[in-house]
Design a protein around this ligand. Structure first.
Ligand code: GDP
Length: 472
């Protein structure tokens, strides 16, 4: 029998200190929403009352304007009737569309949701078959899935882009009427032009558009702080700035029952009994440039030097001493490649450790290649990001959004393995990150007058990506 204060604590933790709504969900249909807390340490962070009130207000907006509501149907008809230009509607929408791997997608989903909250737009997501069945619905008594018959996507009639709008605006067209539907692509490419999305003037233009079809692969949250109308709101919502993905990720991303089942079983089988759980994420962007020995050496240099993993007792005939306290460390390896987990596992089976700790190494999958258009592959990716977020210590690879999801959900500042550029082991092998929020890899390079070298407020240079900045 639990006493009432214990019960209150559990309820509070279940709802992530008020972050999650108390009603509007059937608990059985999404077990992870109310069970994740069982695997996490009590969070040292508390969402601000202002953030909670903004989320509750957003949920009301989503319920009012979400798919197939009266307002939604009216908006669609109004836009169709008014042609492509200037429909003034009660509800406005932002349609998130996918780009790149699941980590990148989750980065841009959080940033897009925050933008939706700030601009009072309803967020709808276009999940193609590769993302079906990954996540539960995040908003109570409604859906965030873009209806299949949504008429403004893949429709040549509604093809106006943000670039063409900016161009028309530049021509000083005082008659400029904003389109009803606009395609806005903030995805990074090698020759990305400056898009001035972080500028008040652009936001004034966008504000008039009823439906934004949006694509990005970036965590562009820190650029929103430059927009004067958002800055104050953001500071009130997030007095601690490096908690943005942590809260919004825990608010939005609840693995479906199918995915949660796998996470749950893996956790119970391999991680639950450990005294400490170490997550090791090995992502190689250029596996051909970096021999296996280099990466393995780097992993060991980092983990042994920082006492994340214990040294082996290599003395002849060494056996584990029963006098030493025997604790269990479980290492969860996430990688596309099998050899790192296999090698580490064999290593800790071959000899005792100098500390007497037992080290178990487990790798849930090794997919060999990124296959982001494959549903089963994405389910494995989500499973592993989630399992990594349950670890006590995290070692991640530079510049990987896969690792960023795990660290932010888990409120962890990871040890980041520096990018190996050739056969030499980087020195130092790794560095401790200063903030749990993800790195914004390609922030704007110009201010709103077009001058270069622009600093974003509240950010520092990322430790793992030289072009990037992150909130701290
Ligand atoms: P990033 O490229 O490291 O920033 O991360 P993304 O998640 O955007 O793209 C990489 C994709 O490759 C993931 O979404 C997975 O599909 C796959 N992938 C990379 N590393 C792993 C891994 O450790 N485990 C699994 N299951 N998939 C991985």
């Amino acid at each position: 029998q639990k006493d009432s204060s214990q019960q209150t604590r559990i309820t509070r933790e279940k709802l992530v200190n008020g972050l999650l709504p108390t009603s509007g969900f059937d608990e059985e249909s999404c077990l992870s929403r109310f069970e994740s807390y069982l695997y996490r340490k009590t969070s040292p962070h508390k969402p601000s009352p202002y953030l909670i009130s903004k989320l509750r207000n957003y949920e009301k907006l989503h319920q009012r304007c979400g798919p197939h509501t009266r307002f939604y149907n009216r908006t669609i008809i109004k836009i169709i009737k008014s042609g492509t230009k200037g429909a003034a509607t009660n509800c406005k929408y932002i349609v998130w569309t996918p780009a790149n791997g699941l980590g990148n997608r989750m980065m841009s989903m959080v940033a897009t949701f925050l933008y939706a909250v700030l601009t009072e737009r309803v967020l709808l997501v276009q999940f193609n078959t590769d993302m079906v069945g990954l996540f539960c619905e995040p908003f109570p008594s409604s859906s965030w899935i873009l209806p299949e018959n949504f008429p403004f996507i893949n429709n040549k009639r509604y093809k106006e882009t943000y670039e063409s709008l900016l161009h028309k605006d530049k021509e000083n067209n005082s008659q400029l009427i904003a389109p009803s539907v606009l395609h806005l692509n903030l995805q990074h490419t090698h020759n990305s032009p400056e898009r001035f999305f972080h500028c008040d003037h652009s936001q004034d233009l966008l504000q008039k558009v009823a439906v934004l079809i949006f694509m990005s692969d970036q965590y562009f949250v820190s650029s929103l702080f430059i927009i004067s109308s958002f800055n104050q709101e953001l500071s009130k919502m997030f007095p601690k700035k490096d908690t943005i993905f942590h809260y919004l990720g825990r608010y939005l991303f609840h693995p479906s029952n199918e995915v949660w089942g796998t996470i749950n079983r893996f956790y119970q089988a391999y991680l639950a009994k450990a005294d400490e759980r170490v997550g090791l994420q090995i992502r190689l962007f250029n596996p051909d440039l970096t021999p296996y020995e280099t990466i393995m050496g780097q992993i060991l240099n980092c983990t042994l030097q920082h006492k994340i993993l214990p040294e082996l007792d290599t003395r002849n005939g060494a056996v584990a001493s029963p006098r030493k306290t025997q604790t269990l460390k479980s290492v969860l390896v996430a990688s596309l490649h099998p050899e790192y987990g296999e090698n580490l596992k064999a290593m800790y089976l071959s000899k005792p450790t100098v500390t007497g700790e037992i080290v178990g190494v487990y790798q849930p999958s090794h997919e060999e290649k990124q296959k982001s258009f494959d549903n089963t592959h994405n389910i494995k990716a989500l499973t592993e990001m989630y399992l990594l977020s349950f670890c006590d210590v995290l070692v991640t690879s530079s510049a990987s959004t896969f690792g960023y999801v795990a660290q932010s959900l888990g409120a962890l500042k990871p040890w980041i393995l520096h990018k190996a550029l050739d056969a030499n082991i980087p020195s130092p092998a790794c560095v401790r990150d200063f903030s749990m929020d993800p790195c914004y890899h390609h922030p704007p390079t110009h201010d709103c007058r077009g001058n270069s070298a622009h600093d974003l407020p509240y950010t520092s240079k990322c430790a793992d990506y030289s072009f990037g900045v992150k909130l701290s």
